[in-house]
Design a protein around this ligand. Structure first.
Ligand code: PLP
Length: 452
């Protein structure tokens, strides 16, 4: 019990919140931004200030913050059948319809869907499926997981072990058996004189050498985001997936595409794997799946894994895994509507149409700045990397200091964007208009000019 209740919203947020993924010096100095509502791609705080949210909430509010059709779909389902699980041979009609839809829009001719409440849980679920499958097929030692440095796959113990960020060391993670390969970021990790094709070939060699060193019979699967998101928007080097997929196939290692960010339009196609022209063995989906209106994740298994896993489960008669809210009818009703909105209400087209404009605008900002070393991205996901020296790509000292200062200055100007490492990430909602994009460019450049 607190005797003297703090008065302002900011002080109350501070008093009662244990902040996650938040730079405490910034929030102590500035106070948390406490929001009440949104309008299209804008959010509004308790003091009536509007911010253009170039972060789409957390990549997920792709239809903006006040889409009427989505809210109506949620309300209609809450009125009709507000909740149910997907266990014991029971599930809602909405759950059946969403699974059908997900397989229909997936790159797989046949497939099966399993629901979770988040992207982290979907990745954990996929790992458990692989461990279970390999053990059932007589390979209980096939348990190691391959991912990459800078990958983000979530925060649960297993998905955090898959995540390739140094901050997981504070938890004593990763667990043993999670192996992080080099991040395929040519601009930063390419060697002196190495062409991009040579770099990609080196990434493929590293994969093959790792498999040979560890033993293919000990490796359960390889997980990758088509474009790394929380790692700082890092598209793969040219031909990366085409170089690594045959190696994984040769060694019988399933390839899982973590499309929590890339899925449903972010890269300009329904799936990131379509943009980069490869077919994985399974897809992990979340975020855009419900346009941010409901916490939901999904594992979408391709035909080979579906068939083998089904056979493995038949042997023990029951797959002992699932969450209370798996396949929640309201979440499924929202997801069905969200898929329709993104694919049929012009949102996906808007991303395709405006992506070149976004790239050109950000490139012009980079060209005018002495301290932006790289622009990278695709569709509606871009990052500008801050450097002390453009010619040598020397980073600024300290990890978050410069990008955090840029993001804070943007917030002061009414633009929300995300500092990730040394880069500033822009991933606006798909409903963004040309004028709103210009506002984003203008505020970002003002912030850069103030900080540099
Ligand atoms: N995978 C990727 C690629 C993500 O970007 C995220 C979250 O940002 C996750 C998994 C984890 O999802 P969640 O935060 O819903 O657990």
């Amino acid at each position: 019990m607190t005797m003297n209740k703090p008065q302002s919203w900011e002080a109350r947020a501070d008093e009662y919140s244990l902040y996650g993924f938040t730079d405490l010096p910034s929030v102590h100095k500035r106070g948390a931004v406490v929001l009440t509502h949104g309008e299209g791609p804008y959010v509004v705080d308790v003091n009536g200030r509007r911010y253009l949210d170039a972060n789409s909430g957390l990549w997920n509010m792709v239809a903006g913050f006040d889409h009427k059709g989505l809210a109506e779909a949620a309300k209609a389902q809450y009125d009709k059948f507000p909740g149910y699980h997907a266990f014991f041979g029971r599930m809602s009609d909405q759950t059946v319809m969403l699974s059908e839809k997900l397989v229909e829009v997936s790159p797989f001719p046949n497939g099966k869907v399993f629901y979770t409440n988040s992207g982290s849980e979907a990745n954990d679920t996929m790992v458990k499926m692989l461990w279970f499958l390999h053990a059932s097929e007589g390979n209980p030692q096939k348990r190691k997981i391959l991912t990459r440095v800078n990958a983000y796959h979530g925060v649960t113990v297993v998905s955090a072990s898959m995540t390739g960020k140094p901050y997981n060391e504070v938890f004593g993670l990763p667990l043993d058996g999670f192996i992080h390969l080099t991040c395929p970021h040519y601009w930063r990790n390419g060697k002196e004189g190495e062409t991009e094709d040579e770099f990609t070939a080196r990434m493929a060699r590293e994969l093959e050498e790792t498999i040979e060193r560890e033993g293919a019979d000990t490796i359960a699967g390889f997980f990758a985001e088509p474009v790394m998101g929380a790692g700082g928007v890092i598209p793969p080097s040219t031909g990366y997936f085409q170089a690594i997929l045959p190696i994984l196939k040769k060694h019988d290692i399933p390839m899982i595409s973590d499309e929590v960010i890339c899925g449903f339009g972010r890269t300009g196609n329904t799936w990131g794997c379509q943009t980069y022209d490869f077919t994985p063995d399974a897809i992990i989906s979340s975020k855009n799946l419900t346009a941010g209106l409901f916490p939901m994740g999904a594992v979408i298994l391709g035909p080979d894994l579906s068939e083998r896993l089904q056979a493995a489960i038949e042997k023990i008669e029951e797959f002992p895994h699932g969450f209370t809210a798996s396949g929640h009818p309201v979440g499924c009703a929202i997801a069905l509507k969200a898929i329709d909105v993104v694919m049929n209400e012009g949102l996906a087209e808007n991303v395709q149409r405006l992506a070149p404009r976004m790239e050109a605008g950000l490139r012009a900002i980079m060209d005018r700045s002495d301290h932006i070393g790289e622009l990278r991205g695709i569709g509606f996901m871009w990052a500008l990397e801050a450097v002390k020296d453009k010619a040598t790509k020397t980073p600024f000292d300290g990890d978050l200091s410069v990008s955090e200062r840029i993001a804070n200055t943007c917030t002061d100007l009414g633009l929300i964007c995300r500092p990730l490492g040394q880069s500033i990430v822009l991933c606006p909602p798909f409903v963004l208009t040309e004028d709103q994009m210009d506002e984003m460019f203008d505020k970002l450049e003002q912030a850069l000019n103030k900080v540099f």
